[in-house]
Design a protein around this ligand. Structure first.
Ligand SMILES: [Zn+2]
Length: 239
């Protein structure tokens, strides 16, 4: 792995659930916002199916609130919830259109998302919403730059945005780049702790600090730093 090029200004993270950013990527976001970069989040669902002992309507409110707090802990002010149904998000042209709309609104240089692969490279099954949102994100990056795809967006005044240079995928079993988060791990831990109700609802012991410290140590070793977050960088330049 090599150090990620940070010669860009605006990032948009597109993920399925409240908490997806906080299992690692948020520590890198903390570094970037500290550098003065603009980072915004788009969360496809409200995570309402995520707490076994809580009815979905209540869980949606709680999890949106916890996500906004988590984002603020790493310097992110703009969080958009698309309100899609948690657990049963489908890959579709309609989802591509929704995400292309967000990309045209935010006009990022880089887009972040989770891996679309069946596993995280460790035989642990990935979840369907993650896979579908990731695939639609890749396609929406392309759609956003073409005025003839989803033409209603253009008619509504959202001009094409072909400025996304790369997609940074976290949770990938084939990471290519690392971001040194040694000085930002605390912010990352705070962002994960912000999902307090969700974590309490897991019904098992979970230590955010130990978890994030552990998951960032191996990428850190790869680039000679105590802690780093690994990404697979996909180029979005060209057709
Ligand atoms: Zn998730």
């Amino acid at each position: 792995m090599e150090h990620l090029d940070e010669g860009w200004d605006r990032a948009l993270a597109i993920v399925a659930h409240p908490d997806d950013m906080e299992y690692g990527a948020a520590a890198a976001v903390a570094r970037w916002t500290a550098q003065g970069k603009q980072v915004a989040y788009v969360i496809a669902t409200s995570g309402e199916a995520g707490i076994d002992g809580m009815d979905p309507a209540t869980a949606a409110r709680v999890r949106r609130r916890e996500q906004v707090t988590a984002a603020a802990a790493v310097g992110v002010e703009h969080v958009t919830f698309l309100g899609l149904p948690d657990g049963v998000v489908e890959y579709s042209v309609a989802l591509r259109r929704l995400l292309a709309e967000q990309i045209r609104r935010h006009r990022p240089d880089v887009v972040l998302t989770t891996t679309h692969h069946l596993t995280f490279g460790d035989r642990q099954l990935n979840q369907a919403d993650h896979r579908h949102v990731a695939l639609a994100t890749y396609d929406a990056v392309k759609d956003a730059g073409n005025r003839w795809i989803h033409p209603d967006l253009t008619h509504a005044g959202l001009e094409p945005h072909a400025g996304v240079r790369s997609v940074l995928v976290f949770g990938s079993g084939s990471p290519t780049h690392a971001v040194d988060v040694t000085d930002h791990l605390d912010a990352g831990v705070a962002s994960l702790r912000a999902h307090a109700t969700y974590l309490a609802g897991l019904g098992r012991e979970f230590d955010p600090e130990a978890f994030l410290s552990s998951m960032t140590s191996e990428p850190g070793r790869a680039v000679g730093r105590p802690h780093a977050v690994a990404f697979e960088q996909l180029s979005a330049v060209g057709v």
